[in-house]
Design a protein around this ligand. Sequence first.
Ligand SMILES: NC(=O)c1ccc[n+]([C@@H]2O[C@H](COP(=O)([O-])OP(=O)(O)OC[C@H]3O[C@@H](n4cnc5c(N)ncnc54)[C@H](O)[C@@H]3O)[C@@H](O)[C@H]2O)c1
Length: 341
Amino acid sequence: MRKHRVVVAGCGGMSRLWLDYAQSGEKVEIAALVDLYEETARRRAAERGLDVPIFTDLAEALSKVEADLVFDVTIPASHKTVVTTALSAGCHVFGEKPMAESLEDAKEIVRVAGQTGKRYAVMQNRRYNRQIRALRELIAGGTIGKVGSIHADFFLGPHFGGFRDAMESPLIVDMAIHTFDQARFISGADPVSVYCHEYNPPGSWYQGNASAVCIFEMSDGSVFTYRGSWCAEGFPTSWEADWRIIGSRGTARWNGSSTPEAEVVDESAEPGFIRAVRRVEAKAAWNGREGHAGCLDEMFAALEEGRPAETDCTDNIKSMAMVFGALESAKTGRKVMLDHL
Ligand SMILES: NC(=O)c1ccc[n+]([C@@H]2O[C@H](COP(=O)([O-])OP(=O)(O)OC[C@H]3O[C@@H](n4cnc5c(N)ncnc54)[C@H](O)[C@@H]3O)[C@@H](O)[C@H]2O)c1
């Protein structure tokens, strides 16, 4: 297999994981590192033993080195410029979530990808997890019957510093994109509408809204509710969120770290006020790599096979619509329709 020549844009914290992948396999040759701050890129190159050209501007890098792929590991505010620059220069792009800071920008990226015929796939590493795949199979297999409700709780108190502390909606834009995308992945349904209340609770160390409650109607008729906070200290949930999915025959639960399980009505038991249930443990047939490596494996496989990746921008825009629909609802105080997408 021919190696892809990759320019890595953004050499901050997350670039470590992307460079781990690039430097550990046979698929990639690193062509250059780019960061707005030359010193940041130089430090990363030295730390990783990389003797490659360093640039502070992606367009300049792509005009000077030969490359067919760009890893976009910059901050959300830079994604639109970085991705469209790379696509227009004839490169495919694999990039960090979220696609962009507005739905208009995300749509523009999808348009440029279509126009250039290049692929843009988005990192949704939380789909690449044995347990979430087991949960999805359990639900798709009809164990709990027809799904009516999906509930996700997300409560953590991370002190990041940096760009998230200054964002207007750090929880919804930078984190809930994962949980919303997970809800689509688990249910196999797409969003139809959203109502959201977003707020910044007492004691918050974020400038923007770090908590939110959302209600989504989904295309299969189910309702997905999200309760989340990034400034909730004590009794944390996992980063995968804490899930309860209720179907016509029972309930599935996943706390994000243990094997998902379900309780389904035991049809063989005597009918009663509260019916007897039996436990079913979810089993995963999937044995790919987890997290970033799993998502990147899929992105490279899709490129080789000439098909869109599972998290191609044309799919990921539906998760983005949940994010920006939620923000619009929070601003207007109204339910926002999403099915026009
Ligand atoms: N998938 C996940 O689980 C996960 C986890 C953390 C962060 N992220 C995402 O990864 C991305 C990067 O996050 P981070 O924590 O590494 O941030 P960071 O601030 O540590 O690093 C980002 C780097 O990008 C550089 N940069 C910004 N604009 C640029 C541009 N136009 N050209 C070149 N370089 C530019 C900055 O100078 C900085 O060094 C974000 O989109 C974030 O949401 C994803």
